[in-house]
Design a protein around this ligand. Structure first.
Ligand code: GAP
Length: 512
């Protein structure tokens, strides 16, 4: 009988967290006698991450992670398409985040709100007025630049300091709903620049339907759009991107402790998906950088630019964790008034306050907001996993040491001889038997060395090889991506063997 359950293997989990270079050899040693492991010609090199984003751009295109969008028409600046492996990696990031954020906790609900919301949402959130970047033009080469990103006040394209005065440029994409004239102000709407506002305007809906008490949170994953002045650095800054946000509602006074807990938890989460702590750091936003609504914001930064000379410029934002105070629920509420008794929001039909039964008090909850980017997480995962191995002939191979939970393909089943129908049939049958519980592929498009190299380069943790002997002994060779060690496993035990070595990172495991 097939049942659902999780298999907990502390030794494997420790292996993942401590030293990814040796994780699978530890796992193999736990599960199989040493005598069944074949040692290979290649030495294991220490883990190194990608030397720069460019290295990932070419790997990503070559192997089907990310392509420049609309390329056959000359491309579209800063737009990228996710290929067969990229879509799997994105899904793994989102699923891992959702599982951690929603399923593994008891205080978070999920939501999926519209991308196009009533324009008033963006009026009262402050985006219409303040969601601006300071824009300057270079008078020499006519480039449009972000004033706050200039180094030494110079144009990065031509080096000139002959720039215009900064002026605000609103980042929201505009469009119109319905068959109205383009300039009809009543038809103007925006593509959302963040998923957060969809959560605030649904606060009462979720509260009433779920009968939650504070503290609780609402999580959402989805596309956001910003007409960035200077997009770039591959998928780091694009005009269309995906966010994973959660708004955690707490009693005022309990906000600071909750904020710190979420900072620590998010820092830990990135490590749990395989990003090394040495490439992560916390950045406390100084007062002058804080958004108008924020009391405190801490960014988790990743070392996206290790090639830069100045160590301080290696780092950029992967996610932000903000204490947004009670700004959001108050601003969308009909009740708050100014000193003269005028409603601050005459358009809202609801009051988004909370009644605390235990104290019989009504107030606007504070909001702690962990906000991460899917695309930046994908980039960080790829950069961090990138490593090269050189054999004694001086040939260099790329090994993508992705955390098992992130690997687009968990296992590749490879026939040693593709002209032997019995071997091909057995390999295909094994692939089909694994697929219900693991993302598995069958590949016979090259010699075994080439097939292994291809799977290493895309981060597949295990290759299963079916050879002539398999037909006799009903066993296959399981090869480990990180150590290149191989062991012989009975076909009847293969699924359990792989699940044990992949678990618990791949989520719920199906066991017999
Ligand atoms: N609701 C808060 C908010 O949106 P943010 O810091 O502007 O905060 C959160 O965005 C995350 O979204 C960022 O840390 C980043 O990972 C991602 N992000 C923001 N703008 C992006 C862009 N233009 N391209 C790719 N990712 C972006």
């Amino acid at each position: 009988m097939i049942g659902l359950g999780t298999i907990n293997i502390p030794a494997l989990r420790r292996g993942q967290n401590q030293s990814r270079s040796f994780q699978s050899s530890q796992a193999a040693a736990t599960l199989a006698p040493r005598s069944s492991i074949h040692h290979l010609r290649f030495a294991i090199h220490p883990q190194v991450s990608a030397p720069n984003i460019e290295t990932i751009v070419s790997l990503a295109k070559r192997r089907g992670f990310v392509y420049p969008s609309s390329e056959i028409y000359g491309g579209l600046g800063s737009a990228w398409d996710y290929g067969p492996l990229g879509v799997e990696l994105c899904n793994n990031v989102k699923q891992s985040w959702w599982r951690w954020m929603v399923y593994e906790r008891d205080d978070i609900e999920g939501l999926d709100s519209s991308i196009i919301l009533n324009r008033l949402v963006w009026k009262y959130s402050g985006h219409e007025e303040t969601f601006n970047d300071p824009l300057v033009d270079c008078r020499e080469c006519n480039s449009r630049l972000r004033a706050d990103k200039l180094i030494d006040g110079k144009c990065p394209n031509c080096g000139s300091k002959n720039l215009t005065e900064p002026r605000p440029f609103n980042l929201m994409f505009r469009t119109h709903v319905g068959a109205t004239a383009e300039d009809d102000p009543d038809a103007l709407v925006y593509l959302r620049p963040e998923t957060a506002q969809g959560i605030f305007i649904n606060f009462l809906n979720v509260l009433n339907a779920s009968r939650r008490k504070l503290p609780f949170g609402v999580a959402q994953v989805g596309k956001s759009f910003r007409n960035e002045v200077t997009p770039g650095n591959f998928i780091f800054r694009t005009r269309e991107f995906e966010q994973m946000e959660m708004e955690y509602f707490v009693k005022p006074g309990e906000d600071e402790a909750a904020h710190q807990e979420w900072i620590d938890a998010c820092h830990q989460w990135f490590q749990s998906i395989g990003i090394s702590s040495g490439n992560l750091r916390l950045y406390e936003q100084p007062q002058e950088e804080l958004a108008h609504y924020a009391k405190r914001t801490v960014d988790i930064q990743y070392r996206f630019f290790p090639e830069r000379e100045d160590e301080e410029r290696h780092w950029d934002e992967l996610m932000g964790i903000a204490n947004r105070t009670d700004f959001d629920l108050k601003t969308h509420s009909k009740k708050p008034e100014d000193a003269e008794g005028r409603r601050l929001n005459p358009d809202s039909t609801e009051d988004l306050s909370y009644f605390d039964e235990s104290t019989k008090q009504r107030f606007y909850p504070y909001v702690i907001e962990p906000a991460a980017g899917v695309n930046r997480t994908v980039l960080a995962a790829l950069m961090d996993a990138y490593s090269e191995k050189t054999n004694d002939k001086g040939e260099t191979r790329v090994i993508l040491r992705l955390h098992h939970s992130m690997a687009p393909i968990k296992v590749a089943v490879l026939p040693l001889a593709k002209n032997k129908p019995e071997i091909v049939g057995m390999a295909r049958a094994i692939k089909r038997s694994l697929q219900p519980v693991l993302r598995a592929v069958y590949d016979d498009t090259g010699g075994i060395g080439k097939l292994y190299a291809r799977q290493d380069e895309i981060g597949t943790p295990f290759c299963v090889t079916v050879d002539h002997q398999s037909l006799e002994d009903e066993a296959v060779t399981v090869r480990d991506r990180d150590t290149w060690e191989q062991e012989r496993i009975k076909v009847a035990d293969l699924q359990t063997h792989l699940l044990l070595r992949l678990a618990p990172e791949v989520g719920t495991v199906v066991v017999e």
